[in-house]
Each structure stands twice: as structure tokens, then as C-alpha cells.
Write a protein that binds this ligand. Structure first.
Ligand code: 6GU
Length: 274
């Protein structure tokens, strides 16, 4: 089981976001656990305050170090105390991901790396950010989800949890779908169709009704390649570099087909002449 711990000022936002659909089921079935820890519960300030003005001036408030640090320490203690089975006594401090636009951009490879952990801690900032000193003290990874600014770290944390959780064995029923999808090999997914065969005068591509699985796989790969080349040339280049053999095979096949066509042409010509 993989355990996600989210340090946040809005725990209900996290629990509502992950409680339904596939992640909700995965929690019920104990393939994953997700707990949201309210940073405000750890402030020593008597009115529950967790933020203050920034030294040096500037707009907005900053989350203070103390409540963030104490909330983290509580989570860390819980993780280290949970000596489950094979890991008994050898538990290490968890990776702590600070979700911030100042981080590295999240991608599928990172999701795969994070999915190997037993525990992951996400730290969600709000206001203008968090006091740098507590970040230096506890954060191991600074991660963004893209080049745009959001109001807080909760949505990015949920995005990453979703991407990581679906790689945990058992979370998806169809083990294959976690591996053959977009980005695992740099290619985007091919188009897919369900019933009916004709909708708004549009027919499902004939090849998909043929029952010829080899041909269907070939068609799907071609579609993936074309789509990727068109909408994500950056991904296409990476794929092409790692899949030279595809182009060699394709060139050989085309040469064979040219030869066959020529032979046929010649045969027809000869039968006309005779
Ligand atoms: Cl991780 N946090 C916030 N607040 N905004 C973002 C982001 C993260 N990634 C993109 N924008």
C-alpha cells in the first residue's frame, strides 16, 4: 500500500477531490491511503493564525515556518512509527514534495519514480508562499505542474497524486492500460471508437471492424505517430530517436511492396503483349 500525506490549509478540498471514482475505490480497497493534515491545527499562535507579512515588504502574506514544520514532524513521526512487515526498523524519512510554480515541471517519468515510494508527503502553499527556512529544512523535491499560476498547491497536489496512484499495482484493474498509454513511449494515443458503427454520417474506420489484429495494431501505431507528429513535434522527435528500427522496418516493407507492384505491372504488361 502506498500512503499519501498532504499538508494543507484546506484538507476538505483534498479529501473531496480524491474521494470518488478510481482513487476513492483504491482507498476503499487499501491499495493507497490519502490523509490530509490541517497545518492550522499545529500553529502555536493562540488565534490560529498561520501567516504574516513578509520581511522587506511586498504584497501579500506568507505562511510561517512554525506550523508547517510541526505539521510535517507529526506526519514524519507517524510514518517512522509504522514499521510494517519487511520494512520493519529500516524506515527512512519520506520524500517531501513542495508544489510550487518555482519547481521542476512534473512529467510521467517523475510519476513513475514517486510511485516506488511507500510514503509521499505533499506540502501545499497558499498566499504568497512559505517561509524559505522551513522549505530548506524539510523539502526534498520542488515540483510544478506547468507554466501557469494557481491560487494554491491543492489542485497540483491532487493532479500528481492521481498520476502517481494509478501506477500503484492494483489501482487500475486493467494492468495493461497503465503501461501502454500516452507518454510511456512518447507517443500520444490513437483515436478510439465505440458503438454505433455510423454516427452523424461518420463511419468507424473499416480496419477496426476487420478482426485482423496485426493490421489493427499497425494502424493504431501509425495513427499515434501521425497525431504526435502533428500536435507534439517535441515528443515525436524523442520517439523517433529511440525507435530507429521502426523506420528501417517501414522502409524495408515499402521496398518490398514497390517490388511486388512492379512485378505485377510487368506480369500484366507481358500478358497484354502475348
Ligand atoms: Cl505546483 N502550485 C501553484 N500554486 N501554482 C502552480 C503550480 C503549483 N504549478 C503550476 N502552477
Amino acid at each position: 500500500m502506498m500512503n499519501f500525506h498532504v499538508l494543507t490549509l484546506f484538507p476538505e478540498m483534498i479529501m473531496q477531490g480524491v474521494g470518488t471514482s478510481i482513487l476513492g475505490k483504491a482507498m476503499e480497497r487499501e491499495y493507497i491511503s490519502i490523509e490530509a493534515v490541517n497545518i492550522r491545527d499545529y500553529t502555536t499562535e493562540k488565534h490560529g493564525k498561520v501567516d504574516d507579512y513578509t520581511y522587506g515588504g511586498g504584497a501579500g502574506m506568507l505562511m510561517q515556518a512554525q506550523p508547517v514544520f510541526d505539521a510535517y514532524k507529526a506526519v514524519e513521526a507517524k510514518i517512522l512509527a509504522a514499521n510494517n512487515g519487511a520494512n520493519a526498523g529500516v524506515k527512512k524519512a519520506p520524500r517531501v514534495i513542495y508544489v510550487t510554480p518555482q519547481g521542476q515541471t512534473f512529467h510521467q517519468g517523475m510519476a513513475r519514480e514517486f510511485a516506488k515510494e511507500d510514503d509521499l508527503v505533499f506540502l501545499c502553499g497558499h498566499y504568497e508562499g512559505i517561509d524559505e527556512r522551513v522549505l530548506e529544512e524539510i523539502v526534498t523535491d520542488y515540483v510544478s505542474i506547468g507554466d501557469y499560476v494557481l491560487t494554491g498547491g491543492e489542485l497540483p497536489a491532487m493532479v500528481m497524486i492521481d498520476a502517481i496512484a494509478r501506477l500503484v499495482p492494483g489501482v487500475l484493474h486493467n494492468e495493461e492500460s497503465a503501461t501502454t498509454e500516452s507518454f510511456d513511449n512518447y507517443l500520444l494515443e490513437y483515436p478510439q471508437y465505440s458503438r454505433p458503427e455510423v454516427w452523424k454520417d461518420k463511419r468507424v474506420p473499416e480496419i477496426l471492424l476487420s478482426g485482423n489484429h496485426a493490421k489493427i495494431e499497425e494502424w493504431r501505431l501509425e495513427q499515434s505517430i501521425e497525431r504526435t507528429k502533428k500536435v507534439r513535434p517535441d515528443l515525436y522527435e524523442k520517439w523517433a530517436q529511440e525507435n530507429e528500427e521502426y523506420f528501417i522496418k517501414k522502409a524495408k516493407k515499402e521496398a518490398r511492396e514497390r517490388k511486388k507492384a512492379k512485378k505485377k505491372q510487368l506480369a500484366e504488361k507481358n500478358s497484354c503483349n502475348s
